[in-house]
Design a binder for this molecule. Structure first.
Ligand code: SRM
Ligand code: SF4
Length: 551
């Protein structure tokens, strides 16, 4: 199974407690924890192992837990949204939810005594929060407009679900993958605009056509020691290929990650797989990571550190061994040739007469009432489906032309606009100090206030993507932003105050690249004029007075 060492003496604290008891074991103890209460229960179970069920103890708000769901491809139903709304509603002012930078939802204010009932409710509507924290695979991202976009190359929904089912045993928990050396991120993009930031994932699939293979993916060379393909291969159906015409599949990227210590864009594995082999490849890569990944130092445990140690060629060979087949070399070019879309506003679907509408949710924060309203709008105007984006926004699909005008008069759209201002539109923020104990600064409320002030001062003709993150862990992805703001502590007039390091140059969509730090240690109280100048110098912003004169 895993290479978790047999002797625990030399292991770091995390490897030690994982070796003592698998994180998933707490699944059987939920009733017990509920009756014991959070103060009496074992601290390692409470602070760490509960994260295997997506339940996070919050030292900032002890007793009020956070729950991180799984939303494969960022899709949920109106029934599911209502259940989530009911869960947070019962906690009054303590209850809220956040849309995350992985197309997911986190719930706030959760009391441990309610967990058995909450899990039962999740079960009845097919929701799961299993394996969403600690050393597990995070929510798997896919195109938010999969199946709606006329220009998509591949509908990612089914594949994402299949990968999640493989990793989590259909949401019940799968001990095969509950002791990875560290967290692991997977993304699949089937559109042309790289809408899920493939480059910042440990494993990513980007669309690519393979010329003249006459084959449909993995070469058939069987290797010694390989498992049978039974049960490992996806049942995504593909048409019989014409050997003459280019075949659709994915180029594979590996090793992308952000951490406090190091940030790297994913690198090509030099492999191309057909859609039907994606699940098997995910399994093979995860097995290599699980069994061979570095575990001594948690700061050096993400997949890229193993690739560094082995070299890409050895890593690729080991993946092939697990797969039991050779991988085909990568297709010469990816089909990522569009600028990244943000999906805000009204858009025609590929289905005639239907539209999807992207609602801007400021920094992803939702109250219970908002969630009930989103569920109602999806049910009344669409087909009940709701989608989430990595920009922390909501999409309601399948609204008919005839219902659209009425939809656009709904009061919720005053709060969650379809025409937000240029800076508001692309604002992203991590959780920050309100709930996160790693945070060096408060993020969400500050981000909103500063954008409002900047928009009052400046006129912009196009969106500028500003991302806030409360500490170097980079959950708010400042490295993919036009302007990224990373929380830090700064000395000012002999005092320690909240500040930021500024990142610039992040490029998304085609030719994505990571931004770098351009300025360090700006106190937050001095930040606004600095941002104002950057917006004027680099993003053609005009002070309002000047803009008025030149019109
Ligand atoms: Fe994150 C840890 C929130 C996306 C890198 N992240 C945390 C914790 C769990 C820390 C904690 O226990 O307080 C944060 C929970 C705070 C809270 O109460 O909400 C947290 N991360 C988030 C979310 C909610 C930010 C958001 O506001 O959207 C995102 C949840 C995604 C999800 O649904 O699963 C979130 N985190 C990310 C991303 C972005 C991404 O995946 O595209 C990254 C950078 C990409 C990556 O991981 O390579 C990210 N989070 C981290 C790290 C640094 C990982 C590392 O290798 O060192 C940590 C710290 C850790 O794991 O030790 C961390
Ligand atoms: Fe917390 Fe830091 Fe992640 Fe923000 S970036 S959610 S402050 S760990």
């Amino acid at each position: 199974m895993t290479n978790a060492a047999t002797t625990t003496a030399s292991l770091n604290k995390f490897e030690k407690f994982k070796a003592e008891k698998d994180g998933l074991a707490v699944k059987a103890e939920i009733e017990k924890f509920a009756s014991l209460g959070w103060e009496a229960m074992d601290e390692t179970d409470r602070d760490h192992r509960l994260k295997w069920l997506g339940v996070f103890f919050r030292p900032v708000t002890p007793g009020k837990f956070m729950m991180r769901m799984r939303m494969p491809n960022g899709i949920l139903t109106h029934h599911q949204m209502r259940v989530l709304a009911e869960v947070v509603q019962r906690y009054g002012d303590d209850g809220s939810a956040d849309i995350t930078t992985r197309q997911n939802i986190q719930l706030r204010g959760i009391r441990i005594e309610d967990l058995p009932e909450i899990f039962n409710k999740f079960h009845t509507v097919g929701l799961t929060s299993v394996q969403s924290g600690m050393d597990n695979v995070r929510n798997i991202t896919g195109d938010p407009v999969a199946g709606l976009d006329a220009d998509e190359l591949f509908d990612t929904r089914e594949l994402v679900q299949q990968i999640q089912d493989m990793i989590t045993n259909k949401g019940e928990g799968n001990s095969e993958f509950t002791n990875l050396p560290r967290k692991f991120n997977i993304a699949i993009t089937g559109g042309r605009d790289n809408s899920v930031h493939a480059e910042i994932n440990d494993l990513a699939f980007v669309p690519a056509f393979k010329e003249g293979t006459g084959d449909w993916g993995l070469e058939t060379r069987e290797k010694q020691g390989s498992r049978g393909a039974e049960g490992q291969r996806s049942n995504v159906q593909s048409p019989i290929p014409d050997p003459q015409s280019p075949v659709f599949g994915f180029n594979v990227l590996v090793g992308g990650f952000f951490s406090g210590k190091r940030c790297e864009a994913a690198i090509p594995l030099n492999a191309w797989v057909s859609p039907e082999d994606v699940v098997a490849l995910c399994r093979a890569v995860l097995e290599v990571f699980r069994d061979c990944g570095l575990r001594a130092n948690r700061q050096k445990s993400r997949l890229m550190w193993l690739i560094d140690e082995w070299g890409l060629e050895k890593f690729r060979l080991e993946v092939e061994n697990r797969l039991g087949k050779s991988l085909l070399p990568a297709a010469p070019k990816d089909e990522i040739d569009w600028e990244k879309r943000d999906h805000i506003g009204v858009h025609k679907q590929k289905q005639p007469g239907l539209n999807y509408v992207g609602l801007h949710v400021p920094v992803g924060r939702l109250a219970a009432d908002d969630m009930f309203e989103i569920a109602r709008l999806a049910e009344v105007y669409g087909n009940g489906e709701i989608r989430l984006t990595v920009e922390q926004n909501v999409i309601i699909p399948n609204i008919s032309d005839s219902r659209l005008v009425m939809f656009l008069t709904e009061p919720l759209l005053e709060k969650f606009s379809i025409t937000p201002k240029q800076l508001t539109r692309s604002l992203v923020s991590c959780t920050g100090a309100q709930f996160c104990n790693f945070a060096l600064i408060e993020t969400k409320q500050r981000a909103l206030a500063m954008i409002k002030d900047l928009e009052a001062e400046l006129e912009l003709t196009h969106p500028v993507r500003i991302h806030w993150t409360g500490c170097p862990n980079s959950c708010g992805q400042p490295q993919v932003a036009d302007i990224g703001l990373m929380g830090t502590k700064v000395r000012k007039n002999g005092k320690t105050v909240e500040g930021v390091d500024i990142y610039m140059g992040g490029k998304v969509g085609k030719e994505a690249q990571l931004g770098t730090c351009v300025q360090k240690g700006i106190p937050c109280e001095d930040l606004q004029p600095v941002l104002r100048d950057l917006l004027i110098q680099h993003f053609a912003a005009k002070p309002r007075q000047e803009a008025l004169v030149s019109h």
